[in-house]
Design a protein around this ligand. Structure first.
Ligand code: UN1
Length: 496
């Protein structure tokens, strides 16, 4: 029998009050049912938030380095269970085993990084205007935090949020995506085994209704969300009304630019990985390739050759490069966008259909797809598809390439391949994105670097890196007057 697929509240595995559940299949072999998972309602969310609030005083009073010790144990357990977690993650969400190993590794890196930061949660000391007075800022936890994440990095992305939140002394209610509930559950079991005290971390499973109940719950002080722009904007409205701190990490339409002087072998490898890794289902996936006209045709031909060689299949099988899409809805969406591309007048060069040969027919597989002749006005050049569809645009100059790259409402990741150091430095400032890679693909963010986007990708916060610790702490400004008398700032220190 697999582990009970329940919520985890106040240190116990619980069924929902209503008994409602949802099913989760393996997207590569839809007859393989991962399990039935709880569909949480208001009562379940209430219980989880109550537990998180109850656990808050003791956890926030625990010395930060002791919280760090628990994070280190979590890192050790993730390391021990890496293979098992990766296998189950692939079974649940489809990307190849090597990629899910990378996903777990990202969580391991984040655990050790957050653990080390618990010895470094710096405040500041600043001179006072007045004599015998000491000014400083210290960090306090924000409180009980609601964390809602997507399914495509079901181990790494939750931990980008959970580990720094715990390091800073917050307690958590976590709602994973309903497309990756098992990974959320396995992660939770590991936290419990590492000695996270009861109530400090709570898991509630479910879909949009559970998520909405969590976001608007008065006991939740801050929300961190990774997912679609539609869901994120709704969450933003609610948090705006309720004055809750909110971090949003949403869509992307990331471009790789290749200039005429680029190392073409490197650029080719980069775009293959950036566009078709994770079946294009990363918010950082390369969905536009902007080629300088001098190398356009040769690179497109070479790319088509390589795309033909990609092996589709169940990610836990040897030799598979590209897994399935996550569900039927994703399949419909990607199919629709291929139709849109055709209607808009782009040229479909390869792919464009559901893949159904042999065993692929049992899953949500889609052929890696390439459009050329794409112009910046086309919807396939502007809208997030979240699948293995790459739109190729032709540019006559660096300036035009950058204009094309910026012609989208998103601004997450970006890349330029060039050997010209001047262009590389210009691109760092000219491309409107939270992340720019020079001579690397648009994917591959590291755990200890800030991660996030500009424009409609986010709302100004960053996951990962040192900046995330600002999101999970409130600044408390402290004045210590040791003069023994009343000193009036702005009056006692300035001659009339
Ligand atoms: C995401 O797609 O939500 O940089 C995260 C990358 C990964 C993380 C992607 N390390 O592509």
């Amino acid at each position: 029998m697999p582990d009970p697929f329940r919520n985890f509240v106040d240190g116990s595995w619980l069924d929902t009050a209503s008994g409602a559940t949802f099913e989760k299949p393996n997207p590569a072999r839809t007859q393989d049912l991962i399990g039935h998972f709880p569909e949480s309602g208001q009562e379940d969310i209430d219980a989880a938030v109550t537990a998180a609030r109850k656990a808050l005083p003791a956890w926030s009073d625990t010395p930060a380095p002791q919280r760090g010790e628990i994070l280190r144990r979590i890192g050790d357990l993730l390391t021990e269970r890496k293979q098992e977690l990766a296998f189950e993650e692939t079974r649940e969400m489809g990307k190849p085993f090597a990629e899910t190993c990378g996903d777990v590794q990202e969580a391991i890196d984040t655990a050790y990084y957050a653990a080390s930061e618990t010895r470094r949660l710096f405040g500041r000391t600043v001179p006072s205007e007045l004599p015998d007075k000491f000014n400083m800022s210290i960090r306090r936890p924000v409180g009980a935090v609601g964390i809602i994440t997507a399914w495509n990095f079901p181990i790494a992305v939750p931990t980008w949020k959970i580990f720094p939140a715990l390091a800073c002394g917050n307690t958590i209610v976590f709602k994973p995506s309903e497309d990756a509930p098992h990974s959320g559950m396995l992660l939770t079991r590991l936290f419990a085994d590492a000695g996270v005290p009861a109530g400090v971390f709570n898991l509630v499973q479910g879909g949009a209704v559970s998520g909405a109940a969590l976001v608007k719950h008065p006991g939740i002080d801050a929300v961190s969300f990774t997912g679609s722009n539609d869901a994120g904007s709704n969450i933003g409205e609610v948090c705006g009304r309720l004055n809750k701190r909110l971090s949003l990490e949403m869509g992307g339409k990331n471009a790789q630019i290749v200039m005429s002087d680029a190392d073409l072998d490197l650029a080719l490898e980069g775009v293959l990985w950036g566009a078709f890794g994770t079946t294009g289902q990363r918010c950082t996936a390369t969905s536009r390739l902007i080629l300088h006209e001098a190398i356009h045709d040769v690179l497109v031909e070479r790319l088509i050759e390589q795309v033909q060689k990609l092996v589709l299949g169940y990610g836990n099988d040897e030799g598979v490069n590209v897994g399935p899409l996550i569900n039927e809805k994703a399949l419909e969406k990607v199919t629709r966008y291929v139709e849109i591309g055709r209607t808009e007048g782009a040229t479909l060069r390869i792919g464009g259909r559901r893949a159904t040969q042999g065993a692929l027919g049992d899953g949500f597989f889609f052929e890696p797809t390439l459009f050329t002749g794409v112009t910046p006005q086309m919807r396939i050049a502007r809208e997030e598809i979240f699948g293995p569809v790459l739109s190729v645009l032709r540019a006559t100059s660096y300036e035009e390439a950058v204009r094309m790259a910026n012609a989208t409402r998103y601004g997450l990741s970006s890349s330029i391949y060039t050997r010209d150091v001047r262009l590389a430095y210009r691109a760092m400032k000219d491309i409107e994105a939270g992340i720019t890679y020079i001579n690397g693909p648009t994917i591959g963010a590291e755990a200890h670097m800030p991660f996030g986007g500009v424009k409609q990708t986010g709302n100004g916060h960053r996951d990962g890196g040192w900046e995330v610790f600002d999101f999970y702490t409130e600044t408390k400004t402290v004045y210590v007057d040791y003069s023994g008398r009343l000193q009036k700032a702005q009056m006692d220190n300035v001659a009339s």
